[in-house]
Design a protein around this ligand. Sequence first.
Ligand code: ATP
Length: 298
Amino acid sequence: MSLPSRLDSQQRQGAAQDAAPDERPILQVRNLNKRFGDGCAHCLPAHVEHPGNRCPRCGSVQACIDLNFDLYPGEILGVVGESGSGKSTMVRSLYFDEDATSGEMFISSCKNGESNLLAESAQQKRYIRNHVMGMVYQNPYLGLRMSYSSSGNIAEKLFAADHFHVGRIRERAAELLGRVEIPLGRMDEPPKRFSGGMQQRVQISKALANNPPLLLLDEVTTGLDLSVQARVLDLIRSLRRELKVAMVVVSHDLGVIRMLADRTMVLRQGRIIEMGLTDQILEDPQHAYTQLLVHSLL
Ligand SMILES: Nc1ncnc2c1ncn2[C@@H]1O[C@H](COP(=O)(O)OP(=O)(O)OP(=O)(O)O)[C@@H](O)[C@H]1O
C-alpha cells in the first residue's frame, strides 16, 4: 500500500468538487444505541423519556438512543447538547472506543458501504479505524503517546495503516507537522514538552496521517485559551477546505459549532431532538430545548 500524499488529498478535493450534490453519504448511522450496564426487565423502553436515562432499578444508562444520521464527503456535522447528553459516547462508539449495544454504521469506502461495521470483528474494527478514520480527543493524553517524539506519534499511526518505509514516513511526518505549524526543528520532541494548543495540533496531524475521509473531533478546543482556540479552529477549517475530509465535531460551545459546522445535531438525554443546517438551528431553533440551549449559550 502506498503512503498517502498531498496528491491523494488533491485528488479527493477534485473528486469532492466534481461530486453531485446528491452524492452518496460517506457515513450512515442507523438506530445506534449505547447502554452502559446490563439492563434489566424494568429498564424503560427507548421511546419512553425519563430523567437522565438511568434505570431506577438496575442503574443502567441509555447514553445513545436510536441515533440516525448521514454525513457527506467534505461535510462538517456539529453535535451539541448539555453535559451527559451522549455526545462523547456517540463519537466513541463510531470510533469503536465503546461497543455500541445495537445499531448499524456504514462507511462508503469500507466494503462498498454495504457492511454494518458495528458488527465486524475486533480485528476488522482495528483495521477500519486505522485506515479510514481519525480521532481527536479533548484530552491529548488519549490520542498521543506523550513520551514518543511527535514524528514518532505520526509514524505509529502510519505503521498501524501498513506503511513501513521509514524514509517516506519521516517525510510524511514532516509534511503533516509543518501543515499544523509545528516547527520542524521540534518534530523529534515529545508532545509532553508542548503547550496544550500545540498538543492538539500534533493530535490533529496524527489523526490525518493516513489521509482518512472521516475525522471525529471531541471537544478539541475545550480548555484552551481563546487565542489558542481560534488558531486550532482556523486550522480545522483550512484542513477541511484543502483536504475535503468529512468531520463530526462535538462541542458544547455553540461558537465553535457556528464557526465550523454545515449541519448541526442537537442531542438531549441520548436522543436527537433536532437536526438541520447550522444557521437554521442557531437562528430559528424549533424545539423548545434547542431554543433554551441557544439562548443560554450564545
Ligand atoms: N463508562 C461509563 N459508564 C457508565 N455511564 C457512562 C459512562 N460513560 C458515560 N456514561 C453516561 O452516559 C451518559 C452520556 O455521557 P457522555 O459523556 O456521552 O455525555 P456528553 O454529552 O459527552 O457529556 P460531556 O459534555 O459532559 O462530556 C451520561 O449519563 C454519563 O454519565
